[in-house]
Design a protein around this ligand. Structure first.
Ligand SMILES: Nc1ncnc2c1ncn2[C@@H]1O[C@H](COP(=O)(O)OP(=O)(O)OP(=O)(O)O)[C@@H](O)[C@H]1O
Ligand SMILES: [Mg+2]
Length: 380
């Protein structure tokens, strides 16, 4: 699967050197298509109405009849709903403020990588908010083996049990953990089998694996080397398509923060970061938390789930909260016997042992995620 459509960008810039800089950066890549550079702020809204770009970039210091700040306001009030990236210089710092129409800020000088990243991040974020009916939750951790796949699978099934139409995406593309967990034959379709363009709902349904527990699963490719064939753009597109068909999407993610992983997280409303009472896991979680906040993830978007929460290994609950800077939103207890056996049988424990503490914990998280209970899952 290779989606060809790139991000269509309109730029409002009246300094020739800066326009040239942006042109140069964009000339060596294909993810962003530069539609036009306008040096007159007064024309931008009208041209945007005609060209319908995916993103507009505005120089804060734009001069003329309609200056940078006015243009940002006009675009916000135009009803066009096009995200705006504001370009500035270090002497005029500016904070991101979506309510004021500033979806992201780029400070000169920036690299092509930063430019493309910011544009795709802003677009994914806007799409996530525009289709508010579906909840997309990524289960992530910067440390392997903490229980991401186990939690993602059981969380998705718990959502299904609540009557929520749920899809589970196996985003651990290289190893396809869910394929192994569920013992799915290798000829069952994967994310790679989605047609390139104009995917219909029926196409999607044919590609999804229907688990006996009642959820639909989009599997990872059957072989390790095939993971490379899935691009960040494919992932964005897939999420936005699935959003139309399901009320909740749960994504099992890999540990590495690759471009594709970031696309999965960007496209999510909630990133559930799995922590355990293990000092390297906590260390990595804090490090990656800093990355998330620097790319604009809000504290509501990033939430913590402590897995095996009763195996504290000498680290206190308060100490963990202090280190993370807040109390984790969710806890799931340890149950070695049940969890390992359920996983080996490819069975969600929320189905096989609904009354076990571990199942109750996962259900509590599922309910809070759908806003069905007060979000106060942590026992004292
Ligand atoms: N709450 C729990 N209680 C007991 N065992 C658990 C619990 N959660 C996960 N495990 C066990 O921990 C192991 C790792 O779990 P899992 O494969 O879900 O982790 P992961 O984060 O997806 O790993 P990877 O990084 O390899 O993808 C499994 O053997 C699983 O059964
Ligand atoms: Mg896994």
């Amino acid at each position: 699967m290779a989606y060809t459509d790139s991000i269509r960008l309109l730029v409002a810039e009246d300094v020739p050197q800066v326009s040239q800089h942006v042109r140069n950066l964009l000339s060596v890549q294909s993810q962003v298509k530069l539609l036009e550079v306008l040096n007159d702020g007064a024309k931008v809204v009208e041209v945007a109405k005609q060209l319908r770009p995916d993103v507009v970039m505005v120089d804060l210091l734009l001069q003329g009849k309609v200056k940078g700040p006015q243009l940002i306001e006009k675009l916000r009030d135009s009803g066009l709903e096009i995200p705006v990236v504001v370009l500035t210089v270090p002497q005029h710092p500016l904070a991101r403020d979506p309510n004021r129409g500033i979806d992201a800020v780029l400070t000169l000088p920036f690299s092509g990588f930063e430019l493309v990243n910011t544009l795709s991040h802003v677009l994914a974020d806007r799409q996530a908010r525009a289709t508010g009916a579906c909840r997309v939750v990524s289960v992530f951790s910067p440390k392997g083996g903490v229980g991401k796949t186990t939690i993602a699978f059981n969380l998705a099934v718990a959502l299904g049990q609540m009557g929520v139409a749920t899809a589970l995406i196996d985003g651990s593309l290289q190893y396809g953990d869910l394929r192994a967990l569920l013992k799915v034959p290798s000829d069952v379709p994967s994310i790679l089998d989605l047609p390139t363009d104009r995917v219909q709902e029926s196409d999607l349904r044919e590609v999804m694996w229907r688990d006996p527990a009642g959820i639909d699963i989009l599997l990872a490719p059957p072989r390790v080397e095939m993971a490379e064939m899935v691009t960040a753009r494919d992932v964005e597109k897939t999420i936005s398509l699935l959003r139309r068909l399901y009320e909740a999407i749960v994504i099992d993610t890999p540990t590495t923060l690759s471009e594709v992983t970031l696309a999965l997280l960007d496209g999510s409303d909630l990133v559930l970061s799995i922590v355990t009472y293990d000092s390297t896991t906590i260390h990595n979680t804090i490090a990656v938390g800093e990355v998330f906040s620097s790319i604009g993830y809000t504290p509501e978007k990033l939430q913590y789930l402590v897995n095996r929460s009763d195996s504290s290994g000498g680290i206190g609950r308060d100490e963990l909260a202090r280190t993370l800077g807040r109390r984790p939103e969710f806890e799931v207890v340890s149950d070695g016997r049940l969890v390992v056996q359920a996983n080996n049988e490819g069975m969600p424990f929320v189905v096989s042992s609904p009354d076990a503490a571990v199942s109750r914990d996962v259900r509590r998280a599922a309910q809070a995620i759908m806003g069905r209970t007060a979000n106060s899952p942590v026992r004292n």
